[in-house]
Design a protein around this ligand. Structure first.
Ligand code: ARG
Length: 590
């Protein structure tokens, strides 16, 4: 199996320690930003066990490494660090391996699992907003990273389709069109196949009802009653719900599709409703539920103190009114997933502000014996803020719709391209396609490059810039290589074996070699920004290489041309694969 330069060096150092009867672990090599790219600190750690000064141990180890073809230089520094420079031969071997590998150096995770990623979480009838954007972008990237690491990954959108917003819709529609057959209490089947509402209708009805309900408690009551009747199975309302869901899914598929976000499952809260009565009975039989003030709850924290508001409040399984709640549908979903998929792990990519909700639900699922706590993870994320530091809204202070946001990005990208004079002689269709890719890359990279849990400031101009750590900068790096490859083709220069001799070439190979490490860390921490760092570092290493090592210039020897060209092609491949895992597509030219 092909292993990284770092692992190769670790193996050599480990063998050297073993040869002097010291544990192999002391040979562990790490990255270094000092005089050499790698270092081993094992001699310091071994000093106590060996009862020898660390420098003496380091000297012995370095002696053992003499004549090793993979190591160009092993130098002792300070009290006994060993600085390591890999040889050109090792780098060449590694470059060839990376080049031959369809996954450009990525390997399967050590333990492969079945994983559900619960992300997106749009709500039926409510417009998608910035919060849903983050969940979609981060979730999609994690889904792709885990899948690329060999896991079986199932993405589920988990639609919000069972709450008060459904009651709002139904009651508002009843007000507007009381004669619809769905409201006739006598009819119980044979409802029309076509939906009585479009997405636009829903987008109007819902805020209308919600605004009226805020002003008028009696109107709110109507929505609550409609919700309760829907949940207890009134046929006309169920039929309406199915229309709402179908119309919404068609709309959402388009919206998520534009973002490059795909789901394996389009389930939602409503889809697990049939499981709820049985689930509640089983939980009662397990004695994990309690009656409290007419409501049915599951305590999940022995030290919970309601007065002092300390600890984790109990799960609300059923309200006093008989209504089931967000807790209930999430628990039933966990049961459904256990029955249907039996995953090893479920990742919930949802706003950090729902942390307590998930802690409650997870504890209840563990109490019920369905999962262990380690199988359930809430991956929270921070908010997107405006320049004033407050959550990002429209100019009027309303929720910013996702479609408006993506439109804004596209327009900003088009303006920036225009200003930079990029693609002036391309046709209009191609220019639009490029603006689209640049806008999406800007949006996604700006989101993903932040540590997931932090908030960030939405700054369109900075996001679409071609300079700095941005999506457009990375796209630019890829099209630059594509253009180089086209030029080489015209000149009849073919790809050859990669022989990294110059420092900038070697540095580039070492950066390429770090791909698997970045993926493994992004997986372990569930943090796509680690992969963002890698692709950005790679683009920078390429830039330095390109500045220092001419590829097609006449004075360059033929085999060097071909080697550098192959190195450029390999870089492009890894950049595109890496960006793809972030959900970012690259144009052919710019
Ligand atoms: N629909 C929810 C919201 O808009 C998010 C759903 C997240 N997933 C879940 N299993 N609860 O807040």
């Amino acid at each position: 199996m092909a292993i990284s330069v770092l692992q190769t060096l670790s193996a050599h150092l480990g063998a050297a320690f073993e040869a002097v009867d010291l544990p192999v672990e002391y040979g562990r090599v790490s990255l270094s930003d000092k005089s050499a790219p790698y270092q081993c600190n094992g001699a310091l750690a071994a000093a106590k066990l060996a009862k020898k000064p660390p420098r003496d141990i380091a000297t012995t180890i370095v002696k053992h490494l003499e004549g090793n073809n993979d190591i160009a230089l092993a130098e002792i520094a300070g009290p006994g660090f060993i600085n390591l420079t890999p040889s050109g031969a090792l780098l060449q071997r590694r470059a060839l391996e990376l080049n031959a590998d369809t996954r450009v150096g990525a390997r399967d995770a050590d333990v492969l699992a079945t994983i559900i990623v619960d992300f997106g979480g749009a709500n039926v009838a409510k417009p998608m907003h910035v919060g849903h954007l983050r969940s979609a972008v981060i979730g999609e990237s994690l889904k792709r990273i885990f899948r690329f690491r060999g896991h079986k990954v199932i993405g589920d959108v988990h639609l919000g389709d069972w709450g008060l917003q459904m009651g709002h819709l139904i009651s508002e529609l009843a007000d507007e069109q009381p004669d619809l057959v769905y409201f006739d209490a006598v009819t119980t089947d044979g409802y029309p196949e076509d939906s009585p509402v479009t997405m636009q209708d829903m987008a109007r009805l819902y805020p209308q009802a919600s605004a009226k309900s805020k002003a008028d408690p009696y109107r709110l009551k109507k929505s609550q009653i409609a919700t309760a009747e829907l949940q207890s199975g009134r046929p006309g309302y169920r039929a309406l719900l199915e229309h709402f869901i179908r119309v919404s899914i068609a709309y959402l598929k388009k919206g998520y599709g534009e973002l490059g976000v795909e789901y394996d499952l389009w389930k939602g809260e409503a889809s697990v409703d049939p499981l709820i009565p049985g689930m509640i009975d089983a939980m009662k039989a397990q004695n994990i539920t309690e009656e409290s003030d007419g409501a049915l709850i599951i305590p999940v924290d022995d030290n919970y103190d309601m007065e002092k508001r300390k600890g984790i409040p109990p799960v609300m399984l059923r309200a006093r009114t008989g209504a089931v709640l967000y807790h209930t549908t999430d628990l039933a979903t966990l049961l459904d997933r256990k029955n249907e998929i039996d995953p090893d792990l479920i990742l919930y990519v949802v706003d950090q502000r729902q942390a307590t909700h998930f802690e409650q639900v997870f504890r209840a699922a563990v109490k019920a014996g369905w999962y262990s706590r380690e199988q359930l993870e809430h991956l929270g994320f921070g908010t997107v803020n405006g320049k004033d530091g407050k959550p990002f809204t429209t100019r009027a202070g309303g929720v910013l719709k996702l479609s408006d946001l993506t439109k804004m990005m596209r327009e900003a990208a088009a303006a920036r391209l225009e200003k930079s004079g990029i693609g002036q002689d391309f046709g209009a269709a191609e220019r639009a396609e490029i603006a689209d890719k640049v806008g999406m890359a800007a949006l996604k990279f700006a989101d993903l490059q932040n540590q997931r849990t932090t908030n960030y400031v939405f700054d369109v101009e900075r996001f679409v810039s071609f300079e700095g750590k941005t999506g457009p900068y990375l796209l630019y790096a890829t099209v630059r290589i594509k253009s180089l490859l086209r030029k080489a083709k015209d000149k009849g220069v073919a790809l050859g074996d990669i022989c990294p001799n110059e420092p900038a070439e070697q540095k580039l190979v070492l950066t390429l070699d770090g791909f698997n490490r970045a993926l493994a860390a992004a997986e372990a921490k569930r943090m796509p920004h680690i992969l963002c760092d890698h692709v950005y570092t790679l683009a920078q290493a390429f830039s330095k290489f390109y500045a220092a090592c001419p590829v097609l210039a006449d004075h360059v020897a033929a085999d060097v041309k071909s080697s550098r060209l192959a190195l450029a092609a390999l870089t492009l491949k890894q950049l595109e694969v890496g960006l793809g895992l972030l959900g970012i597509e690259t144009p052919e030219r710019m």
